[in-house]
Design a protein around this ligand. Structure first.
Ligand SMILES: NC(=O)c1ccc[n+]([C@@H]2O[C@H](COP(=O)([O-])OP(=O)(O)OC[C@H]3O[C@@H](n4cnc5c(N)ncnc54)[C@H](O)[C@@H]3O)[C@@H](O)[C@H]2O)c1
Length: 320
């Protein structure tokens, strides 16, 4: 099987490619290297991945990337609420129009399977965040980023393209990866407190689920390992039900590992996402279980910081 991974040089993408190569699949990446990942791209090639540097918005790049492909894993995106809000037109062009075009071209090229990286952010602000929401629960996106993800999900699940489509709603990712992101809650809080910075936290009572970056890649592989009848037209939340935390819990977990943590809680009308998610379906249907917990991830990030693995952890390349 040949798999095209768009965004394969990203935070989730590199580990996903490693999983797919390890499983014996041929892997091709289409990535514009938006965050300057040239060195990482070279490492991808050395690991046996075929790399095409290009943009999902470019018809010629899509055609070349889709040639001879059996499955597409679509990760390429402008990722996160702040990045999308900063340039709404650009994020629309990539996340909505680029995805639409890729879906149409993949179907026309005879691709059998399409896996889409969606997000638990689609649940937005839940009326009752104490009861974990399942895949058929109400979507209430509160950001442009999540609205764009919901739109692409709807297109894929409507099924007119004729491919076996699967939407993976990832929990918020954490953990160490070759393309390190420090703009994600667990990684960011850990870096800031480790560096002795004062951390100002808003919305500390809000719930959210978290999943390790390695487990995200394992979930993609788990979907592709299944027969089409099991995963076609399906949505799976990716994570573990025990791994829903309030921001307050994350702060406390980091503070346990970092002595003298300095934290204050402030009121701010920003990022009202509040959702607790059920991950029973992916466990029951795919037999998928995660391998890491948030405290494991905090320890791993601290070890990476201590070992100076990331250069300057505050550098702009580490955030979207
Ligand atoms: N990180 C999370 O917490 C999280 C949670 C839920 C869903 N997701 C989704 O998972 C996917 C991967 O996210 P990530 O955290 O690895 O982010 P990332 O920014 O590290 O990866 C995105 C990749 O897409 C590439 N890219 C951007 N625009 C492109 C374009 N026009 N053409 C080709 N490539 C382009 C970037 O170079 C990058 O390698 C995204 O679709 C994201 O929405 C991420």
């Amino acid at each position: 099987m040949t798999v095209l991974v768009t965004g394969g040089a990203g935070y989730i993408g590199i580990g996903t490619c490693a999983q797919l190569v390890e499983s014996g699949r041929r892997v091709r990446v289409l990535d514009s290297l938006l965050h300057g990942q040239r060195g990482l791209a070279d490492e991808l090639v050395a690991s046996g991945v075929e790399l095409q540097v290009g943009d999902v918005r470019d018809p010629a790049a899509r055609a070349a990337a889709l040639d001879g492909v059996d499955a597409v894993v679509h990760l390429a995106a402008i990722v996160g609420d702040p990045a999308c809000a900063r340039d709404p037109q650009h994020s629309h062009d990539v996340n909505v129009e680029g995805s639409r075009a890729l879906i149409a071209d993949a179907a026309a090229a005879g691709v059998a399977r399409f896996v889409f990286a969606s997000t638990c952010s689609n649940y937005g602000r839940m009326a009752d965040p104490t009861v974990p929401i399942t895949e058929d629960g109400e979507l209430a996106p509160v950001s442009l980023y999540a609205e764009q993800k919901v739109g692409v999900e709807q297109l894929l699940l409507a099924g007119a393209h004729g491919m076996t489509a699967t939407c993976l709603r990832f929990a918020t990712i954490y953990g160490v990866a070759p393309r390190m992101r420090f703009d994600l809650t667990v990684n960011e809080f850990t870096r800031d407190l480790w560096a002795g910075r004062h951390l100002e936290v808003f919305g500390e009572q809000f719930w959210r689920p978290y999943v390790h970056v390695r487990d995200a890649g394992r979930a993609v592989r788990a979907v592709l390992d299944q027969p089409v009848g099991v995963v076609g037209g399906q949505v799976f939340n990716v994570g573990r039900t025990d791994e829903n935390y309030r921001k307050l819990d994350i702060v406390e977990a980091v503070a346990k590992a970092v002595p003298d943590a300095s934290v204050s809680y402030v009121a701010r009308n920003e990022d009202p996402r509040d959702y607790k998610v059920s991950f029973e379906k992916i466990a029951e249907v795919l037999g998928f279980t995660t391998t890491s917990t948030v405290p494991d991830g905090i320890a791993e990030v601290i070890a990476g910081l201590e070992a100076r693995r990331f250069g300057d952890p505050f550098a702009a390349v580490h955030r979207n």
